[in-house]
Design a protein around this ligand. Structure first.
Ligand code: PLP
Length: 388
């Protein structure tokens, strides 16, 4: 478990590094600069040694790995028959939008939120029905809360068919409490809106914070919702393209299964299958605990830097994910300008908030070894002070 080791990634066809000019440090796309868990590396190496990589069948033991992991780690036991595997969460989101909507319908989201929510909705010619999160200041630290009154009004629109819930929430950093999920679920069920819970970040929680699967809130929610999950973020294996759509209701599952097949996203690759099974083990869990401790330390470091050097820039509370959300409205520039300026002058790349539907903010990826973090955050501090 070496989270201090710097693994050179340039020259590996890496989106995060190789798409940036030489010398620019990447603190953007949600991909970590850590090697995956040793047990996952070993499983992939063993599979690669076989030398034949034909079409892949998914064994019963795969489904057991998924169900046992969620039962043991998150207190929710899905049935193996509820699982539809596919190569990614974004294709899964698109399959859900296509399964449950017609062009012109509304899909509910709560911005700022993961950019592909917007594109999946628009690709199916549906309307993005945004109920922005409310920013609340508590003891000098901002965090987001759900605007339940507006959510209730939006869900009551007869054209609203689906809600995409990001849980934990990227980039707001919230891990929704059970009572919050309960209220969201009640609103959806009352108005016939299908809740789709994207739980890709579920393994990342700060000390003392508990992740609650939406489907575990009550049997009614389990029977009405779609859960999307993958070990890809937590184990840094996005390139292996493996994820799961979990649906208890046979009626909803049949619809999504059809969309998955129509969209031809029903095949996975041999490495994804063995990597998931190696990740969802006791060894994988021990590695994950150490990873979360590293991320918590990285976030504390950012907090210290912000309070010392960037007091004009409110840093949002991070309860989950490794993506920090910083309010840069003090500089009075569109966030895309801030992003551009930091790349050009300080040679560091962050994501601008406008990508997620909120102007004036930036998202900073903290999942890297301390030496890279120190360097990258130093550049960000310098750039933001320059722009102020
Ligand atoms: C909330 C959320 N969903 C989905 C994804 C991407 O999923 P995939 O790579 O499996 O398509 C991301 C990546 O950052 C994400 O933050």
């Amino acid at each position: 478990m070496d989270f201090e080791k710097i693994v050179p990634r340039r020259g590996t066809n890496c989106v995060k590094w190789d798409t940036l000019p030489e010398g620019v440090l990447p603190m953007w796309v949600a991909d970590m600069d850590f090697e995956t868990a040793p047990c996952v590396q070993e499983a992939v190496r063993k599979r690669a040694a076989h030398g034949v990589f034909g079409y892949t069948a998914v064994p019963d033991s795969y489904y057991k790995s998924v169900c046992d992991w969620f039962a043991l780690r998150h207190g929710w036991r899905p049935d193996p028959s509820w699982i539809i595997y596919c190569p990614g969460i974004v294709p899964a989101i698109s399959a859900c939008v296509s399964a449950f909507t017609e062009p012109g319908d509304n899909v509910l989201i709560m911005s700022p939120v993961y950019n592909c929510f917007f594109s999946s909705i628009r690709n199916y010619r549906c309307n993005v029905q945004d109920v922005p999160l409310l920013s609340v200041m508590q003891d000098g630290v901002p965090h987001y809360e759900i605007d339940f009154d507006s959510l209730e009004r939006a869900a009551a629109d007869p054209r609203t068919k689906l809600m995409l819930i990001c849980s934990p929430h990227n980039p707001a950093g919230r891990v929704w409490r059970r009572d919050e999920l309960e209220r969201v679920g009640r609103i959806c069920l009352e108005h016939g809106v299908v809740p789709v819970s994207d739980e890709i970040h579920c393994e990342f929680t700060m000390p003392g914070v508990e992740f609650v699967p939406f489907a575990s809130v009550c049997p009614e929610f389990e029977a009405a919702c779609v859960t999307l999950n993958s070990p890809s973020k937590a184990f840094n294996i996005a390139g292996l393209q493996i994820s799961n759509i979990i649906i208890a209701s046979q009626e909803l599952r049949t619809k999504v299964d059809k969309a998955v097949n129509v969209n031809e996203i029903c095949d996975v690759n041999p490495f994804g299958v063995v990597a998931l099974q190696a990740a969802y083990t006791d060894e994988g869990y021990e590695w994950l605990k150490a990873l979360n401790a590293r991320i918590a330390a990285n976030y504390r470091h950012l907090q210290e830097l912000v309070s010392e050097h960037l007091p004009e820039f409110p840093l949002y509370e991070l309860q989950g994910t490794y993506l920090a959300w910083l309010d840069c409205r003090a500089v009075g520039l569109p966030s895309s300008e801030i992003e551009k300026s930091l790349v050009e002058e300080e040679k560091v790349r962050i994501n601008c908030g406008s990508m997620y539907g909120t102007e004036g903010f930036v998202r900073i990826n903290l999942a890297c070894p301390p030496a890279l973090l120190e360097d990258g955050l130093g550049r960000i501090v310098k750039g933001l002070r320059r722009l102020l």
